[in-house]
Design a protein around this ligand. Structure first.
Ligand code: F6R
Length: 244
């Protein structure tokens, strides 16, 4: 595991975008695994700026997202499809046909099958990850069992609380999501996990300070990956007690 400690969250995002850019430079038809949420949102302006400056070409890139809420149509303001369009895809030269976000409405079993088939088509070259307050990656929530492939996940109360900030009322937050499984995430060739904020410190301790693989903190499983880069800011590193 490579751990990078930056001055602040903005530098974390700049660094992450640089790593994703390097992957695309080395492989112009790379498959990117993308994430939503506030952490990933900080990275996308850097990718957009590089694209606009003519330094990064997405014309042959394809993407697959970690997850999507069950019950939100693709055009719902809080759907992850909409998030990706608004925060990245609408601003770069990517062909939207080459962007996969699982569909959260209609026949969910059929949508999971289609998502699984898309994931099986080719490996992810770099997977961007945030981390939940409870240690989830994608929406793989703590529990007695973690899953290999794409599946429907019941969201934890703490995840619903954390995501309520994006909705008018807590009751509007979906309680389920389609998520890549832990196996899907671990099969990516390269993992890039970013974190910021003191509410992520407990989960990050499990990833950074010991060798335990803990199903109650799913992010700990990514430490088994042979090419994992973790980027955190100094404030979080201090909070975690990481002295690297
Ligand atoms: C998003 C995702 C989640 C988030 C995590 C952190 O696609 O899969 O695992 O990365 O919930 O969210 P933020 O960055 O909003 O704190």
């Amino acid at each position: 595991m490579k751990i990078i400690v930056t001055e602040n969250f903005d530098k974390t995002c700049e660094r992450a975008a640089g790593i994703i850019g390097d992957v695309i430079h080395n492989k112009p038809d790379a498959r990117l695994g993308l994430a939503t949420g506030s952490t990933a949102q900080g990275v996308y302006p850097y990718l957009i700026a590089a694209n606009r400056a003519g330094k990064l070409d997405f014309s042959r890139v394809n993407t697959v997202n970690l997850d999507e809420y069950v019950g939100l149509a693709p055009d719902h303001p809080q759907s992850y499809r909409r998030f990706m369009d608004e925060n990245l895809f609408d601003h770069i030269n990517i062909d939207k046909k080459n962007t996969i976000v699982a569909k959260g409405t209609g026949d969910i079993e059929a949508n999971i099958k289609a998502f699984r088939e898309a994931l099986a088509e080719k490996p992810i070259d770099v997977q961007l990850l945030g981390i939940g307050v409870d240690g989830h990656v994608g929406f793989n929530e703590p529990g007695a069992v973690l899953y290999d492939g794409a599946h429907v996940e019941e969201l934890d109360e703490s995840t619903i609380d954390a995501n309520a900030r994006f909705f008018d009322k807590r009751e509007d937050v979906p309680t389920k999501a389609i998520s890549m499984g832990m196996g899907d995430i671990l099969r990516a060739k390269k993992l890039l996990l970013l974190a910021t904020g003191e509410n992520k410190a407990e989960a990050m301790k499990g990833l950074l300070l010991n060798e335990e693989l803990d199903v109650q903190n799913p992010a700990t499983l990514v430490k088994t990956h042979p090419d994992l880069t973790v980027i955190i800011d100094r404030a979080l590193a201090d909070r975690v007690g990481y002295r690297g």
